[in-house]
Design a protein around this ligand. Sequence first.
Ligand code: TXA
Ligand code: MG
Length: 316
Amino acid sequence: MINTLVTDSPERAAEFIRQGKLVAFPTETVYGLGANVFDASAITRIFEAKQRPGDNPLIAHVAAKSQIDILASRVNEAATSFIDAFFPGPLTVVLPKRDDVPLIATAGLATIGVRMPVAKLAHEFLILCGTPVVAPSANLSGRPSPTTWQAVFEDLNGRIDCILRGEATEIGLESTVVDCTGDFPLLLREGAISLADLKNVVPETSRYEIAAGAPIRSPGLRHRHYSPRARVVLVSSDELSKFDAEAENSAFIGTKEPNVKFALTIICPTVNAYAHELFAFFRECDRAGIRTIFCETTDESGIGAALMDRLRRAAE
Ligand code: TXA
Ligand code: MG
C-alpha cells in the first residue's frame, strides 16, 4: 500500500509527474492514469498498478500540438487533417513513434497513439507537467473506465501516488482511436467523434475489421473490457414493453421507462446522457450486488455507435 494523495491542485499533481510518480487526472472522456512518457520505470508502475496486460499500448497526452513532434517521427496528410479538425478533443491519432520514446509506453509497437484533451483541468495539468504524459484509463484492468474521481479511488487507492480531483467527465466513453500509419486511416475504436465525422475530413477512412490470421492492429481490442461483475443483457425498446424479467437483483439503464420495477433504474433523457452515465451505473450496480443489468439498445448515429460498441463488449 502506498499513500494516495487526493488533490484539487493541478500544480501539486504535476509535481508528482515531474518526480516520476503516477497521477490520475480527469479528461473530457474518462480519467487517465498518467506518467512521464520518457520515464520507463514510472510506466512500468502503471502496468503494475492497473494489472494491465503488458501487450496493451498506452496513449500519450499532449498540452499543445507542438508536442506531437516529440513523440511522432512522421505526421502524414491524413493525420494532419484530423489534428487540425479535432485537436484538442476526444480523438487519438496513431502515428509512427520516435526512437527515443521508450518501447514500454507502446507495449513494443513502433507506433504511438497521441491525443490532446480539451477538458480545462487536463489541459492545465499537462502544461504544468512540461512533458507528454502517457495514460491509460485509470481503472483496474477489465473494470469499467472511471468517469468520476471516486471510481478511480475505488480501484486504485493505495496503488498510485495522486488523484487530481475534478468533476465527472463530460463524455463518459473513451476517445475515438484512428490509425494513421497506413495508406488509409482506420478507425480502431469508436468514440464521441464518429466514423462519419472522420470521413467528413478524410473520406477514405474506414472501420478496422479484424481479419482472421492477420496481426491485430489494436491490441486493446483483444482484451475483455468495460465489464461490470453483473451479467449485461441488451434489450431493444420493443422488447422493453413486453418483458417481465425478475426485477429483484436486476437493474435497468436506457432512455425509455420500462414496465417492470427494477432494484436500480436510470432513465437518460438523451443518448449523450446515457453514454455519460453508463460506466458509473455499472459500478453502482456492482456495489449494490446487482446480478443482471438490462441495457436498452440505441440507434448508432453520433455517440450511439460508441455506446453500442461498449454495450456489446460488456454483454460478451
Ligand atoms: O479517452 C481515452 O482515450 C482515455 C483517456 C485517459 O485519454 N484513455 C484510454 O486509454 O482509454 P486505454 O489505455 O484504456 O485505451 C487505449 C486504447 C487501447 O485499446 C489500445 O490498444 C489503443 O488505444 N492503442 C493505444 N496505442 C495504440 C497504438 N500504438 N496502436 C494501436 N492501438 C493503440
Ligand atoms: Mg482502458
